[in-house]
Design a protein. Structure first.
Length: 235
């Protein structure tokens, strides 16, 4: 019981720390469905681990009805998880969530098929996942990562990375902009299209210079050079 009470106090303190809209402890106790969903999960997870599988699943559905957040009792969730505006959050059975993770509304930690075994993602410590983001499959999101709102992440993400887009791709790692050195690394359809356009424009500019007799020695204009360099980034 003392351990349970200390966890409850820690959860409330986490909400007060991360959400500037929280005005009081009483408000957090009464009004934060993300907090209620975590408390339901802990009870259901205990039941799941002690063999009360059907009861745990049924109570998880009751929690889903009351909070609009679905957390499978088989998931493994660390301390100080904060689910902010949690409507529509889904955490699958084999998902693993580390400590000090923040999830916003509509986040899914889901699977990609009917395979058995570990089929949901592992999200390590101190990760923030923006609203509507989907992290799918048996992949790992490293520590201190940021997943942009609406992103769809299908591949492992190294520590200290920022991911955006559909499909998700890294734009920052360890505070530095990620530059593509191999065109095959581009996995965003928009980036691929822009890269193709930049390549064609470069070829046309070279052809024009040859036709004008400059022998291809005339430098590319500053504006075109900026465009080509921008496309070299994974956007």
């Amino acid at each position: 019981m003392p351990h349970l009470l200390s966890l409850i106090r820690e959860d409330v303190a986490t909400v007060l720390e991360r959400d500037p809209a929280a005005k009081s402890r009483l408000e957090v106790y009464l009004c934060y469905s993300g907090l209620h969903a975590v408390w339901f999960y802990r009870m259901n997870h205990w039941l799941w681990n002690h063999g009360f599988l059907l009861l745990a699943r049924w109570l998880s559905q009751v929690a889903r009805l009351l909070t609009a957040i679905e957390i499978h009792p088989g998931a493994q969730i660390g301390r100080r998880l904060f689910i902010d505006h949690g409507m529509g959050v889904v955490i699958g059975e084999t998902a693993v969530v580390g400590e000090d993770v923040t999830l916003y509304q509509g986040v899914t930690l889901g699977g990609t098929g009917k395979e058995h075994g570990k089929r949901h993602p592992t999200v390590l410590d101190n990760v923030v996942v923006g609203g509507g983001a989907k992290i799918l499959g048996n992949i790992t999101v490293g520590r201190n990562c940021r997943i942009g709102a609406g992103s769809v992440v299908l591949r492992n993400v190294p520590d200290d990375s920022t991911v955006v887009g559909v499909p998700g791709h890294i734009i920052f790692r360890e505070g530095k902009r990620v530059v593509i050195t191999d065109p095959k690394q581009i996995n965003d359809p928009l980036s691929e299209a822009l890269s193709a356009v930049a390549t064609e424009v470069s070829k046309l500019a070279e052809r024009v210079r040859q036709l004008e007799g400059t022998g291809g020695k005339e430098p590319v204009s500053a504006s075109m050079q900026r465009i080509i360099e921008d496309v070299d980034y994974q956007i």
